[in-house]
Design a protein around this ligand. Structure first.
Ligand code: NAD
Length: 262
């Protein structure tokens, strides 16, 4: 992992769940990390200081709301100013809303497309010039099994995740000669606050109990009957940033306990 030592990784949505695990995994490899996401200021500062002390790296926090292209541009500029470069970009922030299509609030559609899809366009667009100049870069997008298959009641999320798969492939082709790889990880269900929060709405939409949602909806799709862990996703992100992964680009890598093998 010499490749990552001393480099800078920016992980969007890293105040919780998978993004937090990814930020910590890059720090563990000696990367300085830029964390981003929502949350209580004191919790985020505790996380940032914890990363610095535990792994002996530098970390800064950018509060950018990924629904705002201007805030995204500022975040990248701030990161480049603080560390000189953004070498690894992980587009991970994501939100979910569960409702039947004809009842799906249009403003929820807009914000899910903005945060889960358009934000990655804006970050990639901003980091690409620097990565090209340095002739090296790694872009990893947290997609989802929902980048490959659909589920009912998640129209905006599934559309955004299929969109991120297309963006991943297009960027990979455009940057193929610049030693910049662009890949997406497509996890099945990972036990994080995002999954926990969608249980009540799924209970309502499907008229089910909490246990039925967990076993008959969430793990129903996953043949292993195990949740993926955030640490497993993070380990794949770190591998994708390594030199051994330099020929992996434009890939949508399923990590879903067999879900999309159906
Ligand atoms: P999470 O809710 O634990 O974390 C989401 C992160 O995104 C948080 O840090 C949150 O603050 C941040 N975020 C949300 N809105 C934001 C905004 N407007 N601006 C900046 N940051 C914002 O969720 P998670 O499960 O860790 O999800 C992370 C990614 O993994 C998402 O893209 C999600 O779609 C994807 N994913 C999750 C699962 C799963 O089962 N948990 C499965 C497949 C894919």
């Amino acid at each position: 992992m010499q490749m990552i030592l001393g480099k800078t990784a920016l992980v969007t949505g890293s105040t919780s769940g998978i993004g937090l695990a990814i930020a910590r995994a890059f720090a563990a490899q000696g990367a300085n990390v830029v964390i981003n996401g929502l949350g209580a200021a004191e919790d985020i500062e505790e996380e940032r200081l914890g990363i610095e002390h535990e792994f002996g790296v530098k970390s800064i926090y950018c509060a950018a709301d990924l629904g705002s292209p201007a805030a995204i541009a500022n975040m990248i500029a701030e990161a480049e100013e603080a560390f000189g470069s953004v070498d690894v970009l992980v587009n991970n922030a994501g939100v979910q809303h569960v409702a039947p299509l004809e009842e799906f609030p249009p403003e929820k559609w807009d914000s899910i497309i903005a945060i889960n899809l358009s934000a990655a366009f804006h970050t990639i667009r901003a980091v690409a010039p620097g990565m090209k100049r340095r002739n090296w870069g790694r872009i990893v997008n947290t997609a989802s099994a929902h980048a490959l298959v659909a589920s009912p009641f998640k129209s905006a999320y599934v559309a955004a995740k299929h969109g991120i798969a297309g963006l991943t492939k297009t960027a990979a082709l455009e940057f193929a000669r610049d030693r910049i790889t662009v890949n997406a990880i497509a996890p099945g269900y990972v036990w994080t606050p995002l999954v926990e929060r969608q249980i009540p709405a799924t209970m309502e939409a499907r008229h089910m109990s909490r246990e039925e949602v967990v076993h008959d909806v969430l793990l129903e799709a996953q043949p292993t009957k195990q949740f993926v862990t955030s640490e497993q996703v993070a380990a794949l992100a770190v591998f994708l940033a390594s030199e051994d992964a330099s020929s992996i680009t434009g890939a949508i890598l399923a990590m879903d306990g067999g879900w999309t093998a159906h």
